[in-house]
Design a protein around this ligand. Structure first.
Ligand code: AMP
Ligand code: ZN
Ligand code: FE
Ligand code: FE
Length: 316
């Protein structure tokens, strides 16, 4: 399949590269996180936040408005909606936040080409037509083509589900693997979404044959920044690399404008969290935290988080 635009490395993203990728590691930029006396002395504002959530605009269970209501009920002060490869739910979420008195950050989660699960979160992105919205359109095309390959792949494995049912369950523009997983559960092929991924949707065979086009991680960071956003490396443990390789990734992306690492994530062990915090400090990056909430039907073991984080740098 021919890659287009950003994904192939067209002139378009080279312009972004030129503008936004000058190495700019902020010397002396201080990492701030948690409720520390130090922060309080400086008048830093600590907020109760969840900076990584999904809605029906991608593969979450709840509409943006429903999600904002859940976040308000959970006692959050800042919620970032970070749907996969789309800004489609953001304006609804911001309006719902305004109505309920909850600060909603316009976010996004972009999937990068390198590794199975290298994701870059964006915060405070503009939803006006831009390189970011063009990238989202390209990624949507990639998903629209992948959905037929997923159905063929599943049929070959003896799993007889229809694309129409998956699309109906998805309800929106973005068709993601969790939608397929839920239909597999519904028809009794597997007993949980996790099993659907383990047996079908996250296997070596799946990735070899059904992969969709994705931009380089560097392009994800640069495109988020060109849309006025801040970029954070999502759930670093999911990249599945050793600590040395992860440090190489962080160093390289920091040189391209990465602002933060998602150090706080429910599945991180205390050791992983400490390592990511040390990496953030070493490379002058901030620390973000989020649950990756999708709703209990999609990820039964993940509820909204409530991290206490310094967010001045995000909200300014
Ligand atoms: P997609 O962007 O459509 O390829 O799918 C990404 C979604 O699939 C994200 O919500 C991931 O959390 C989820 N996902 C990926 N791998 C797994 C896995 N092994 N188990 C459960 N969910 C997964
Ligand atoms: Zn998802
Ligand atoms: Fe992710
Ligand atoms: Fe996510």
């Amino acid at each position: 399949m021919a890659d287009a635009g950003f994904i192939a490395g067209s002139a378009d993203w080279k312009i972004i590269l030129k503008d936004a990728c000058a190495p700019r590691l902020a010397k002396g930029r201080k990492l701030c996180y948690g409720r520390s006396a130090n922060n309080a002395e400086k008048g830093k504002c600590i907020m109760i936040v969840d900076l990584h959530t999904h809605s029906t605009a991608s593969d979450g269970q709840y509409t943006p408005s429903e999600l904002v209501r859940l976040a308000k009920d959970r006692g959050l002060e800042v919620l970032a909606l970070t749907d996969h490869d789309t800004v489609g739910g953001l304006e609804e979420a911001v309006q719902a936040g305004d109505a309920l008195g909850l600060r909603v950050l316009r976010g996004i989660e972009l999937s990068a080409r390198e590794y199975r699960s290298l994701h870059v979160l964006g915060y405070g992105v503009s939803t006006a037509p831009s390189a970011l919205t063009r990238l989202c359109a390209e990624m949507k095309d990639g998903r629209d083509q992948r959905k037929y390959r997923i159905i063929d792949f599943l049929h070959e494995k003896g799993v007889d589900i229809s694309l129409a049912e998956v699309e109906e369950l998805a309800g929106g523009d973005v068709i993601g693997r969790p939608h397929f997983a839920q239909v597999l559960v519904r028809h009794g092929y597997v007993s949980s979404n996790r099993e659907a991924f383990d047996r079908y949707l996250d296997t070596r065979d799946f990735h070899r044959r059904v992969e969709r086009p994705k931009p380089l991680a560097q392009v994800c960071v640069e495109t988020i920044r060109a849309a006025g956003g801040k970029a954070s490396l999502a759930h670093p443990y999911q990249i599945g690399v050793d600590t040395g390789t992860l440090e190489d990734i962080v160093r390289n992306l920091a040189g391209c404008g990465l602002d933060a690492i998602e150090c706080f994530y429910p599945k991180h062990t205390p050791e992983q969290q400490s390592f990511y915090l040390r990496l953030a400090e070493k490379y002058g990056l901030h620390a973000t935290g989020g649950s990756d909430f999708h709703g209990e039907r999609v990820k039964p073991d993940v509820r909204l988080a409530a991290w206490e984080l310094e967010t001045d740098w995000l909200l300014e």
